[in-house]
Design a protein around this ligand. Structure first.
Ligand code: EPU
Length: 418
């Protein structure tokens, strides 16, 4: 496994790049959990070979499922699932493991599943998952580092999520489909990956009606789907766009639905980036001077918390003070301390960053603390003079297939240290 990148910035050879974006990690993970509901194999197209997906696959295999990688699709067969236990050593590697608590408990009457891992972005409680499951008749208790769950009279339910949690929406939706009768979920998340899961399930025959943030679900129907192509990864796309903006390179995103990035693209437009749409492609070009901005993260369609670290790097190239407020997670500014080491002029005031972009960055050693923050530091190396040593890059391989190639496309020389 690659531990460090040593990145030397340089000028892009090509000032006009084209890129196709792989499938969305955060779509594939809940879709893999939903394959528990299928009575036959399914082929998933556009699946990147990244560690979060590999770790979810290991969990499915540990439960008795079969997963086969082919050249251009992943074949998943959960018809012979026999397990109802998942060890902490598997669940601590991938947050979406929690999505299996409800389905396995409904199927087997009980389950013992390690607590979910994922990036340390804050407290990341699971109360919405647990309370939602309780309304369906699933009782859950924490024992050491495990969740022990039992079905105690399963029933359809009406449940209001206190916050539109992405994972809890996906979890409760998948679970409700296994329980006969009409269930309602209110205040659901509308992130594109949640809508992709709904699309997958509807194509499989699920009876789901969505109206704004409300889902009406008729559970208990037999589902079946042969193949599905997931949406492209908007956060990977945002990483490419950020690299293009900070290096003032032209970029064409091939076959990419603009609605997936409406939050990011509208801010870029406002600060002066040229964005054009041609058929299904997005064309980005960037003048030298951009305007400072104010953004606040929130549930989609508000500004994505996963993209805010990239905005900080863009802010480093803009004269004047930009403001970034983070309201989704308590601890998502760890990268900012590292960015300061590169020379960025940043003030951190609890939930808000103030970035004065009128400073040249200079390469040094910086440490990755979570997926998107580490990627943001990698992007910052593109505009840092000399050599940047990015330590703990293991986070990046959880979500990016070849992040080093991305950096190299924008002129960097990247040495991977194992
Ligand atoms: N929350 C609760 N209680 C819960 C669940 C969530 O208080 O039971 C809080 C969380 O603590 C957090 C907020 O709600 O403060 C949002 O959490 P959410 O449940 O929406 O996030 P998630 O499902 O754990 C997914 C993505 C994250 C992305 C968030 C927000 C996946 C696998 N992960 O996480 O992606 O940041 O939604 O959009 O879908 C990433 O890809 O790098 C990543 C962190």
């Amino acid at each position: 496994m690659v531990k460090e990148y040593i990145i030397e910035s340089g000028n892009p050879k090509n000032k006009y790049l084209k890129v196709s974006i792989p499938g969305a990690k955060n779509s594939i993970l809940p879709i893999l959990a939903a394959t528990m509901l299928l009575p036959s194999k399914v082929k998933l197209f556009n699946v990147p070979k990244i560690n979060d997906i590999n770790n979810m696959i290991k969990i499915i295999i540990s439960l008795g499922g079969t997963v086969v990688w082919n050249d251009d699709f992943l074949e998943v067969d959960c018809t012979a699932i026999i397990g109802q236990k998942i060890s902490f050593s598997l669940t601590e590697k991938v947050r979406s493991s929690i999505l299996l608590v409800g389905p396995l408990t409904v199927i087997f009457g009980k389950s013992i599943i390690g607590l979910p891992g994922g990036c340390r972005l804050g407290l990341r409680p699971i109360d919405i998952h647990v309370n939602g499951l309780r309304s369906f008749g699933i009782k859950t208790s924490k024992e050491n580092n495990k969740l022990v769950s039992q079905s105690t009279g399963l029933k359809p339910a009406s449940y209001n999520l206190k916050f539109p949690s992405v994972g809890a929406t996906e979890h409760l939706l998948i679970t409700s489909l296994l329980i006969k009768g009409e269930s309602i979920l209110n205040n659901i998340a509308l992130e594109p990956e949640v809508l992709d899961l709904i699309n997958f399930l509807k194509l499989a025959g699920a009876d789901i009606l969505r109206s704004q943030r409300r889902l009406k679900i008729e559970g208990g129907n037999k589902l079946s789907i042969n193949q599905y192509r997931v949406i492209p990864d908007r956060i990977v796309a945002a990483s490419w766009i950020t690299a293009a903006v900070i290096t003032r390179t032209n970029l064409q995103l091939l076959d990419f639905p603009k609605k997936l990035l409406c939050d990011f693209l509208s801010v870029l437009k406002l600060i002066g980036v040229d964005i054009e749409y041609s058929e299904n492609d997005i064309l980005i070009s960037c003048p030298d001077k951009l305007s400072p901005f104010n953004i606040t993260t929130g549930p989609f369609p508000e500004f994505s918390t996963d993209i805010q670290p990239f905005m900080a790097i863009i802010a480093c190239t803009i004269k004047g003070i930009s403001r970034i407020s983070e309201l989704v997670y308590e601890n998502r500014f760890q990268y900012a301390e590292e960015l300061k080491k590169l020379g960025a002029d940043i003030q951190i005031n609890e939930k808000t960053l103030y970035i004065n972009g009128d400073r040249r960055l200079v390469g040094c050693t910086v440490i990755g603390k979570d997926i998107r923050g580490t990627a943001a530091l990698g992007l910052a190396s593109l505009i840092s003079d000399g050599e940047t040593k990015l330590v703990d890059v293991g986070f990046i391989s959880r979500a990016y297939e070849d992040f080093d190639k991305l950096l190299e496309s924008f002129g960097a020389k990247v040495k991977s240290v194992i």
